[in-house]
Unconditional design. Structure first.
Length: 145
């Protein structure tokens, strides 16, 4: 009976590990069309090093890492959630106009190194080291140096 319970418990744990979440490589053509279009529009000259899908119990997301180290993350629908360009700069057309207007007045001559968005708002990291958080109404809610 103990062996049977141990076997049952082992199978349960193994089953959980299989379903718990995994990154797996995925061809760019199999990513959501919005994600493909975003890459074509804003990163046309960049070579893709790896594209992958991350699945867990609830969510599915996609990551694209370029050979220059830049990275873009997408949600399950293909909408971008994170653009990280530590070795270049985030394309200006990705930055919402109210954020760009504020940043260009407050911090002239900086570039955008990273932008993240979620249901609460946006966070941008600038080339001068500042990180700014904006709510959904594009009001600054936090500054960090």
């Amino acid at each position: 009976m103990k062996k049977f319970m141990f076997l049952l418990a082992s199978l349960f744990v193994w089953n959980l590990s299989v379903w718990a979440g995994s990154d797996k490589p995925i061809a760019m053509e199999k990513m959501p069309s919005k994600a493909q279009q975003f890459i074509k529009q804003y990163f046309a000259g960049s070579a893709v090093a790896v594209s992958k899908m991350d699945s867990d119990f609830i969510n599915r997301s996609y990551d694209v890492i370029f050979t220059n180290g830049d990275k873009v993350e997408f949600d399950r629908k293909g909408d971008w959630t994170d653009v990280d360009c530590q070795y270049s700069q985030v394309p200006l057309d990705v930055i919402p106009a109210p954020i760009h207007t504020y940043v260009s007045k407050a911090y002239p001559n900086v570039t955008y190194k990273k932008i993240e968005k979620d249901r609460k708002g946006y966070e941008v990291k600038l080339s001068n080291g500042w990180e700014l958080k904006f709510n959904r109404s594009f009001q600054v809610v936090d500054l960090d140096d």
